[in-house]
Design a protein around this ligand. Structure first.
Ligand code: ATP
Length: 306
């Protein structure tokens, strides 16, 4: 093998729509969601051939603090699964440069796991199809298959059955980051509590969302954004309502808690509006950070061989 290492760039996601069905007897919820991959990335470097067995994981980057480096890291788990399935020696060094917020509803851990799957495929010339990689990804977590496919896509089941969404256009996002993450299971639990006694229908994507995507129309897309977990995230973190208000006041076309939050994603018309809102949010005192991004972008892909 001539290649000794690869760098895989993996995107964060926002959910343009997240429709959550009733609590199933197995304790999960069926969801239907529209994902969009956006230009906020982690870089996953995988090197092979230390001649010492065992996976070694290290981290750097602005959001890496407190993220585990042992087998509880989803990227580490992905490497274990790949090595076992393809009978590869596990003398791997994995380094993740993290920029995606942790526990921010942006699928950061899933993105890193997707990066490891794509990276190991390239490093060992496994020749796996995207489909095969997405199947392995689904065994690691609901958001991992989308992190491989990227673009704009519909996720069904637990969000792991992906089909690309027909759409066009490029959208500008302003992301309001929180200082502290929210646990996805806790947000689902709060959602169930708030829904107690209500009849919840099967999850589905609205026609308005599909039309907005087909037309590539940011104004219609702003109106169609919706998230069934938003009330629960705001209930656990009331300050999110203030963040959503700032976006509305400063001309965002739409604002939404991304996934289980607490990141709030605002859709804006153009670069100028994006800068205005970035300044307004930064000076509002209600957010810990602001990032500008655009989407859709590609899924996990090799950007360098070493
Ligand atoms: P999702 O949007 O898929 O629900 P999230 O973006 O809210 O996920 P993550 O950033 O994936 O959440 O992290 C959730 C938890 O998983 C963190 O609290 C962290 O301890 C753990 N974790 C495991 N592996 C990773 C990783 N590679 N990067 C970040 N967190 C990880």
């Amino acid at each position: 093998m001539s290649t000794k290492g690869v760098v895989v760039r993996v995107p964060a996601k926002v959910n343009l729509q997240l429709s959550v069905g009733p609590l199933d007897p197995d304790g999960f919820h069926e969801v239907t969601t529209v994902f969009q991959a956006i230009s906020l990335f982690d870089d996953v470097t995988i090197r092979y051939g230390r001649d010492e067995s065992g996976i070694v994981l290290t981290l750097s980057g602005s959001t890496s603090q407190g993220v585990p480096v042992d087998s509880s890291n989803l990227a580490y788990k992905a490497a274990e699964v790949m090595c076992k399935k393809y009978k590869l020696s596990d003398d791997l060094e994995i380094h993740i440069k993290k920029e995606i917020p942790v526990a921010g509803g942006m699928a950061g851990g899933s993105a890193d796991a997707a990066g490891v799957i794509v990276g190991i495929d390239a490093l060992f010339d496994l020749g796996l199809s995207r489909d095969e990689m997405e199947k392995i990804a689904a065994t690691l977590g609901s958001d991992v298959p989308f992190s491989i496919s990227g673009g704009t896509a519909i996720g069904r089941g637990h969000g792991d059955q992906i089909t690309p969404a027909l759409g066009r256009g490029n959208f500008q996002w302003v992301l309001a980051l929180a200082g502290q993450g929210l646990s996805t299971p806790a947000v689902y639990q709060e959602c169930d509590r708030l829904r107690e006694g209500l009849t919840i229908s099967k999850p589905q994507i609205s026609d308005a969302m599909m039309q907005a995507l087909r037309a590539g129309d940011p104004i219609a897309l702003g109106d169609a954004l919706s998230n069934d977990l938003q009330a629960a995230a705001c209930s656990l973190r009331p300050a999110l309502r203030l963040v959503l208000d700032v976006g509305r006041d400063y001309g965002a076309l739409g604002g939404i808690v991304s996934g289980s939050g607490p990141t709030v994603a605002f859709l804006v018309e153009d670069e100028e509006k994006s800068l205005d809102l970035t300044v307004a949010l930064s000076s509002s005192g209600v957010v810990a950070g602001v990032v500008r991004a655009s989407g859709p972008v590609h899924g996990a892909r090799v950007v360098e061989t070493l």
